[in-house]
Design a binder for this molecule. Structure first.
Ligand code: WTA
Length: 647
């Protein structure tokens, strides 16, 4: 029996949405999406109010998603300007630096307006125009938010590259979206160490068009090399720039940003999000899921390099006129108390993090938490990967003292915002369950092979969504066919999430993890194909197959089977070399955990690698390999089991 945790009476009465209201709103969002979302869109300041609300199709050959298509607006004006009259002097962003000795910053809406307008004018002076792409490769500093909003203000499309990505990964993204400008900083402090961002950008730009410009923000003042005519000093230019920059009128369907994410095949794809639908959805989910009320201090610990940072550090909270905390550091620096010290220092009300962070901190002991005053916490959230009940219980009792509902939010880069989550004042929670669909979301469980919808419950299958919601991605940048193929080809007339799920006897949803070749390492999403292509790019590697395996802290670890070129000798030094190689090709987040030398890989007679077998061996579950008789050479399996790395 699963224990359930109902919301307190106090929460039920004060929350934006209680159980009855959820039922009523959900029912309307499905029966009358036009009416429902038309009303929700009232929360946005439109320049031209939309009259056409929903125009979407998941039909094979005609995947087309449009929301509010005749409306126009500006996202930066919605996140800043419209709040100036009522809350100009209220803090918009609290910035907490990596080093606790360095002063925090409290940036008011008025100040945000000035900084964003100046950054927008700097971008204009570099020749950035409406529709142009701008790459943002920055630490977690206020300038990252300024840069996003500055692009939005002038109608440029930003694409953030996580500061942990390597120069090669950065170059691929600059080229992938044909960016005009890369915004970076000298160095990124994190956990007491410094990543040389500008040096990385220099290396990346060697592989890019000559006319790509580089705008450099000063963070540490560390030495950087300078290329005249290509590199521009943000701080000097912003000081000179005008603080007046009228927001551009954008159509609701104009792209707001591109964010590269990993899939099961090939290189990362550029997920394109819209202006009107995305903002509406980010704002509503932020308010309802976290039960955000005016004046609350809200903290999402994600990085703006991931979608969570886009929707739930910047766009959602600021559209709601909220106070959003931006943290530059890591949970364990200077010690494992940092998260809780920051909560105490800034009197955080809503705290949103990833299961991997909870698991890492859980292992350090309770004193790190209990010595801090967490009495302002009201809502806790998790995102990014399934949370194991042990971590959930620790989060609930040690951090939340049993008083803070945990919203386990399931969603994806592609979905723009939460698709499933319990709502704090409406639903009892269950450790590890994403529970209920958000308004307008129609989840279905499909039988994996036939694609038939399974109506009864309890049941298990693959998770798909039946109809569009405003925050849905619109296309893959430059490749609409890939969009159709990736999300709509396997199961016709549905958006296929790539996740498996279980629906329990109460009809509540539990996400069981990816059913494709995407792995989730410390909440970072990665395609096994990317790691494989990095490995085979090494001159000593003939072939490689990569799978995930259960990892206590990271959720999943990266397990690599590597076949060396003829004549190459396996050694621990070579393991190290390959590890460093992958880090350089992709970034530290892709660093292999285990590398097994594989004289051969299990293949079918047609040459297809049987990953199911490799997954089982990596999970140390080789007793359940299933049928291996279709393999071209079944004996390779014995060797792989014999030499398995995870015992
Ligand atoms: C996984 C992150 C279980 C899932 C917002 C999904 C989750 C992938 C949860 C998307 C959750 C995200 N429970 N699994 N609450 N949230 N996931 O694009 O496998 O980085 O498909 O977006 O993370 O990862 P992405």
């Amino acid at each position: 029996m699963t224990t359930t945790y109902p919301p307190s009476d106090e929460l039920k009465s004060k929350a934006h949405v209680d159980a009855a209201k959820y039922d009523e709103m959900y029912a309307r969002s499905i029966s009358d999406p036009e009416g429902f979302w038309g009303d929700v869109a009232e929360r946005i300041d439109w320049i031209k109010k939309p009259t056409k609300i929903k125009n979407t199709s998941f039909a094979p050959g005609n995947i087309s998603i449009k929301w509010f298509e005749d409306g126009s607006l500006n996202v930066a004006a919605n996140c800043i300007d419209r709040h100036l009259a009522t809350r100009g002097d209220q803090t918009a962003i609290i910035w907490e630096p990596d080093d606790p000795e360095e002063a925090a910053q409290y940036i008011t809406y008025k100040e945000l307006h000035g900084s964003v307008s100046r950054m927008a004018n700097v971008l204009k002076s570099l020749g950035v125009e409406r529709g142009d792409r701008v790459i943002i490769y920055l630490p977690m500093i206020p300038e990252a938010a300024y840069a996003m909003l500055a692009c939005a203000r002038i109608g440029a499309i930003h694409s953030i590259v996580f500061a942990g990505f390597s120069p090669d990964a950065l170059a691929a993204r600059v080229q992938g979206c044909d960016a005009k400008v890369v915004i970076t900083a000298d160095e990124a402090p994190r956990g007491g160490r410094k990543t040389p961002l500008k040096t990385n950008a220099d290396k990346a730009l060697l592989h890019c068009d000559e006319d790509v410009k580089c705008l450099v923000v000063k963070r540490t003042g560390g030495q950087t090399t300078w290329v005249d005519g290509r590199d521009f000093d943000y701080n000097a230019m912003a000081a000179e720039a005008s603080a007046d920059c009228p927001p551009a009128e954008m159509n609701a369907e104009d792209p707001l940003f591109i964010l590269y994410t990993s899939g099961s095949t090939g290189q990362p794809k550029g997920v394109v999000h819209s202006t009107g639908g995305y903002l509406t959805y980010a704002a509503l989910t932020h308010e309802v899921t976290f039960d955000y009320h005016d004046g609350d201090v809200y903290w999402c610990t994600a990085d703006v390099g991931w979608v969570t940072g886009h929707s739930y550090i910047v766009y959602g909270p600021l559209a709601n006129g909220g106070i959003t905390l931006m943290f530059e550091g890591v949970p364990t620096y200077p010690d494992a108390s940092r998260f809780w010290q920051v909560c105490e220092k800034h009197k955080v009300n809503q705290f949103y993090t990833a299961p991997t962070a909870i698991r890492a901190l859980m292992g350090q002991g309770e004193e790190f938490v209990t010595k801090c005053d967490l009495s302002d916490l009201r809502i806790l959230g998790t995102v990014g990967e399934p949370i194991n009940p042990e971590a959930w219980n620790w989060y609930n009792t040690v951090v939340g003292k049993g008083k803070c509902p945990i919203v386990d939010t399931w969603w994806q880069t592609e979905t723009g915002g939460h698709l499933m989550t319990p709502l704090p004042g409406a639903h009892a929670t269950k450790p590890g369950a994403a529970m209920k669909p958000f308004f307008g979301v129609q989840p279905v469980v499909l039988e994996p092979t036939t694609g038939e919808e399974i109506h009864e419950f309890p049941t298990e299958g693959v998770l798909a969504i039946k109809d569009s919601w405003p925050g849905q991605m619109r296309t893959v940048w430059g490749d609409h066919e890939r969009f159709e193929k990736t999300y709509f080809a396997d199961y016709k007339n549905y958006y296929f999430s790539g996740d498996g799920c279980r629906r329990d006897a109460d009809g509540d949803y539990w996400i069981t993890g990816r059913v494709d070749d995407v792995i989730n390492v410390s909440g970072h999403r990665m395609g096994t194909a990317e790691v494989e292509s990095a490995l085979v790019a090494h001159e000593k590697v003939a072939e490689a197959a990569v799978v995930g395996y259960p990892h206590d802290i990271k959720g999943q670890g990266i397990y690599c089977y590597v076949t060396l070129m003829n004549g190459e000798e396996p050694s621990d030094d070579l393991r190290k070399e390959l590890r460093t190689w992958v880090r350089t090709e992709i970034g530290p987040i892709a660093s292999p955990d285990l590398i097994q030398w594989a004289p051969g890989l299990p293949k079918t007679r047609s040459g297809k690698i049987m990953r199911r077998i490799l997954r089982k061996i990596a999970e140390n579950d080789y007793g359940a390999l299933g049928d291996t008789s279709t393999l071209a050479d079944p004996s390779v399996v014995d060797d792989l089991i014999e030499n398995r790395m995870n015992r």
